[in-house]
Ligand binder design. Structure first.
Ligand code: ATP
Ligand code: MN
Length: 278
């Protein structure tokens, strides 16, 4: 209601970006944020296949034993079918269905606490990049479409969830210890007043992060957009792009992530004192 956007506008948006979105969805378990009563109504987070949506695959139960099947978006039409069923957000796992026990990426979710202004978030992302560089790693940046930024670090499928989470926790603790005015490693609103919380819990088994090009179920319908590091300083906010103003950005598409490629992390783990265990 705040932007006057309709469900049809959202469906048209997804029709435009679906081809750009597929590389971010393909092969991964996906969860949905559904908003059957609109953005201002109640939202549902859906992790499991309930009823069939055309093109939304129900994955084998052995991927997540003891739970109903996980889901995968198999094609462009499935994105639209999901939108028709009031899916607004698409979130993915950090692992592929073909190697569910070995994550292929880490995500650093930079969340501004109360009172943190946008320039501090930009600075925080730059500092995450510097730490990654010091560790011999690269990250790829996207806006969240909400309040913060996501730094995605593609990794080789070498280690299990716990090892990868330990490593991302060590990175976040290092940031919080080195730059305590800017970063906090503990979650919870009280702990993060005036600080950026770099959430490593996004890297545990079954955790999800909103996929690039997903719209957000928030007023204004922001969009998560891949950006180049040299665009960071010029970003005006995490919801700079919305389904209403995304069009001139579509030509750039996924180009900012063109050289996205998995990286070995064993040496970086040791550098931070994390014992690599598979
Ligand atoms: P922002 O930049 O505003 O922080 P964000 O995408 O980083 O946006 P949230 O929208 O707060 O953060 O999402 C929190 C995380 O928790 C997401 O990664 C999402 O996959 C997951 N999530 C969201 N809702 C639920 C839920 N109801 N149950 C389980 N996980 C959820
Ligand atoms: Mn966040």
């Amino acid at each position: 209601p705040s932007s006057g956007a309709t469900k049809l506008d959202l469906a048209r948006y997804y029709a435009l970006v679906a081809p750009l979105m597929m590389p971010h969805l393909r092969g991964r378990p996906v969860s949905f944020v559904r908003a059957p009563a609109g953005i201002e109504g109640e939202h549902f987070f859906q992790r499991h296949s309930e009823s069939s949506i055309p093109g939304v695959l129900a994955l084998p139960e052995r991927l997540y034993p003891g739970h109903p099947p996980l889901m995968e978006i198999s094609n462009v039409a499935a994105i639209l079918a999901a939108a028709q069923l009031n899916v607004v957000e698409f979130h993915t796992w950090n692992a592929l269905k073909t190697a569910i026990g070995k994550p292929d990426r880490m995500v650093f979710d930079l969340d501004p606490g109360a009172g943190v202004d946008w320039p501090a978030v930009q600075q925080g992302a730059e500092l995450v990049r510097v730490l990654l560089q010091e560790l011999g790693l690269r990250g790829w940046l996207k806006t969240s479409g909400g309040k913060g930024l996501h730094v995605v670090v593609p990794i080789r499928k070498q280690y299990g969830w716990d090892a990868v989470k330990d490593f991302s926790e060590a990175m976040v603790r290092h940031l919080a210890q080195t730059l305590p005015k800017l970063f906090v490693a503990k979650s919870g609103p009280k702990n993060r007043v005036g600080k950026i919380f770099a959430d490593y819990l996004r890297n545990g088994f079954g955790a999800t992060t909103v996929a690039a090009w997903s719209a957000r179920a928030r007023p204004g319908l922001g969009v998560s957009v891949p950006v180049r590091w040299d665009e960071l300083a010029g970003l005006k906010g995490a919801a700079q792009w919305t389904i209403a103003n995304i069009h001139p950005r579509l030509d750039a598409g996924n180009e900012p992530w063109d050289d996205y490629a998995p990286q070995a992390i064993g040496r970086a783990m040791k550098q931070l004192g994390v014992e690599p265990r598979s």
